[in-house]
Design a protein around this ligand. Structure first.
Ligand SMILES: Cc1ncc(COP(=O)(O)O)c(C=O)c1O
Length: 431
């Protein structure tokens, strides 16, 4: 197939995420990727502002990560996890247990973020069944959340912004309260947690767990909230004997400035979900960690079995590259790097606030967000970013950057300037 035939075949036969086969938005053929640069088959080089959906923190084609995969490949690429185990999985479990809160001592390896969220929900539901309280089967969550595309995960996504509105009547009914409404720089007021507290108290007999993305809500609206909200949530959960599930799939491994976002609130979740960056963006792997209370609690049932077991659970290649990626991150000066990315994002995205189409500009760690008053036209905006030599994938009303941590100041500058220019053109066109 030549380039045009390949594009044509793709267009006619392949679904891309959240796209129509009848009216597909443009796609670009990537030939290779190195550092923070994607090279298209047509020769253009694009600075990556997305880290391939927030995963590829060390950049592409990293020699250390390549070596980890190559070494493991010589030994075995995959073995089943039923009845067998292997060093890469045990090593990774130990690393995750050592890095996370003291109470989290048990790990389930899943094959994607959504599945790891399903597992976290199963853990919570099974826990209460085993405690003789099957009536505690609902989840309490906040609006504007996003936890994945499978049915359990969809049931806790924002019913409108969470991309799954059309399934509303096919999903388990959970309890939603307004999204956290406390900006990090605002003084804390008790009323900021009032609606959450009220819903929790009114429904506590039915609630198995609270599930939230800590500090930054991602695909459901890219909203940043204060650590005190999270602290209050944790306290209320403890007070009313409700499990707390934190979904750190997007925020984990440094993205918000601390190794895990929940550490900013100095709390311990009962269940923690990790994914995306876990393998440095090399392979699909996720993990659900549980406290000993939850793990033993599940086992108090007559069966005692956690009812999940995917075929590619704890894939050795993925576990090996995850081990190498975590080591690489820990050996780097990631705190300084994220702080400097945050500072640059704040300074260089600030002028966007003066554009008439812009509703808000906000940054946290290595995340910079420009929220518009209207949804973007992806058919125009995406090729325009490519013309400017950057890879930025806006959605809905949000144009945002989540670059690899290894990005240089000049490369980040190119991204922020492209955001300003394209949002300005969008503003001028609409005006
Ligand atoms: C917070 C959060 N949870 C869960 C998911 C789903 O993960 P995956 O796409 O790997 O299934 C995502 C994906 O964007 C996410 O941001």
């Amino acid at each position: 197939m030549n380039h045009n035939e390949l594009c044509q075949y793709d267009k006619q036969h392949i679904w891309h995420p959240y796209t129509s086969l009848l009216n597909p938005s443009p796609v670009f053929v990537v030939a290779s990727a190195q550092g923070v640069t994607l090279t298209l088959e047509t020769g253009e080089q694009l600075i990556d502002g997305m880290s391939s959906w927030w995963t590829c923190i060390h950049g592409y084609n990293h020699p250390v990560l390549n070596q980890a995969v190559t070494d493991q490949l010589q030994k075995m690429s995959h073995v089943m996890f039923g009845g067998l185990t292997h060093r890469p999985a045990v090593k990774l479990a130990k690393k995750l247990i050592d890095l996370t809160a003291d109470n989290l001592q048990h790990v389930f390896f899943a094959d994607s973020g959504s599945v790891a969220v399903e597992v976290s929900i199963k853990m919570a539901l099974q826990y209460w069944v085993a405690q003789g309280k099957p009536e505690k089967h609902k989840l309490l969550t906040v609006r504007n959340g996003y936890h994945g595309d499978t049915f359990g995960a969809m049931s806790v996504c924002d019913p409108v912004n969470g991309m799954h509105e059309m399934f509303t009547h096919r999903l388990a009914e959970n309890i939603f309260v307004e999204a956290p409404n406390c900006k990090p720089e605002e003084d804390w007021k008790a009323e900021m947690i009032a609606s959450f507290e009220q819903a929790l108290i009114e429904n506590k007999q039915q609630i198995a767990a609270v599930i939230l993305e800590p500090i930054v809500q991602n695909a459901g609206g890219m909203r940043i909230y204060c650590a005190e909200y999270l602290r209050q949530v944790s306290q209320l959960c403890k007070q009313h004997n409700i499990l707390l599930i934190l979904d750190e799939i997007a925020t984990g491994f440094g993205r918000t400035g601390s190794f895990f976002a929940y550490q900013q609130a100095d709390i311990e979740p009962d269940i923690l979900v990790l994914g995306k960056t876990l393998t440095g963006g090399y392979m699909t792997l996720a993990a659900t960690l549980a406290s000993t209370q939850v793990a033993k609690g599940i086992s108090a049932d007559k069966q005692g079995v956690l009812m999940h077991g995917p075929t590619f659970m704890a894939n050795p290649l993925a576990c090996s590259v995850a081990n190498a990626s975590i080591d690489l991150l820990l050996q780097s000066n990631w705190q300084q790097k994220i702080a400097s990315i945050e500072q640059q994002l704040k300074t260089e995205l600030a002028p966007c606030a003066d554009l008439n189409m812009v509703k808000d500009v906000r940054c946290k760690g290595a995340i910079g967000i420009v929220e518009l008053h209207h949804p973007v036209d992806i058919f125009w905006m995406q090729p325009r970013f490519v013309e400017l030599g950057v890879w930025i994938r806006p959605f809905n009303k949000l144009v945002y950057l989540m670059p690899p941590y290894i990005i240089s100041k000049q490369e980040l500058h190119k991204l922020t300037q492209a955001v300003y220019q394209v949002v300005k053109e969008f503003s001028d066109n609409i005006a």
